[in-house]
Design a protein around this ligand. Structure first.
Ligand code: G5P
Ligand code: MG
Length: 223
């Protein structure tokens, strides 16, 4: 029997590896609260907050925003969750961010999606996003029921400004240079679990089986 307690996880992987798609499945199946750093930043840009206005140009250029800004933003959101179980997507993205998170919380597991860069480049050119919820679609993989509209709200979907081929290349470089060292940080702590593949539907059963050994699915808890 899996004991029910606070469970804290991080999902990592290059841009477009399916972190958002996989997080939606994990949070639905296991009841973990999904916190996406990119979604939080995009919501700030959409609402034209001071932070959003300051960070927009870096994000649109495919550069990481400064560590101190990001760590402060994420840690204050996580502290507000108190004793909830969560899954963070997109943070930490540098060793400095990983150290800041480690100082504040114990992370139980880190899921890394290892997807080839070639696969990613094709996916991102056909991604459509519902900005306020972070729901993502893909014209080939999971199209919306009505083209161009979000399934839940019926609102218009947009293409992210950082999904142009040149910016995707820059984001992949940032990932290699700044984020890959974070994998080593978590490997040395013994919490890193790597899932490799080119299709989310094929990776998901492995992720689900792995998590079932650590946390109870919500259906079972409710029964
Ligand atoms: P984000 O928002 O964290 P990225 O670049 O890490 O952005 P992204 O692009 O959101 O990651 P993802 O979440 O890994 O990708 O992937 P996804 O959206 O689920 O899937 C991508 C597409 O593929 C979708 O269209 C999906 O439908 C489709 N898809 C999924 N699976 C399959 C499949 O099996 N087959 C097919 N054909 N399609 C599939 O960060 C954005 C920016 O914010 C800043 C940075 O500037 C960053 O560039 N930022 C930070 N800066 C500093 N520190 C941090 N911690 C930061 N966090 C964000
Ligand atoms: Mg995402």
């Amino acid at each position: 029997m899996v004991l029910q307690r606070v469970f804290r996880a991080v999902i990592m992987g290059p841009p477009g590896s399916g972190k958002g798609t996989m997080s939606a499945r994990i949070s639905k199946t296991f009841g973990l609260k999904h916190i996406s750093s990119g979604d939080i930043l995009r919501a700030n840009i959409k609402d034209q907050t001071e932070l959003g206005l300051l960070m927009k140009s870096s994000i649109d250029r495919g550069q990481l925003v400064p560590d101190d800004v990001m760590s402060r933003l994420m840690l204050s959101d996580l502290r507000a969750l108190d004793h909830s179980s969560w899954l963070i997507d997109g943070f930490p993205r540098t060793v400095s961010q990983a150290e800041a998170l480690d100082d504040a919380f114990t992370v139980d597991t880190v899921i890394n999606l290892n997807v080839p860069f070639q696969t990613i480049k094709q996916r991102l050119s056909s991604r459509w996003t519902h900005l306020s919820s972070g729901r993502v679609y893909n014209v080939d993989f999971n199209p919306p029921k009505v083209p161009g509209l979000d399934d839940v709200t019926g609102e218009t979907l947009v293409q992210r400004e950082d999904d142009t081929p040149e910016t995707v290349t820059r984001r992949l470089k940032a990932y290699q240079n700044q984020t890959e060292p974070v994998l080593e940080f978590y490997r040395s702590k013994g919490v890193l679990e790597i899932f490799s593949g080119t299709e989310t539907n094929k990776i998901w059963p492995h992720v689900e089986a792995f998590l079932r050994r650590k946390v109870s699915p919500v259906e079972q808890t409710a029964a």
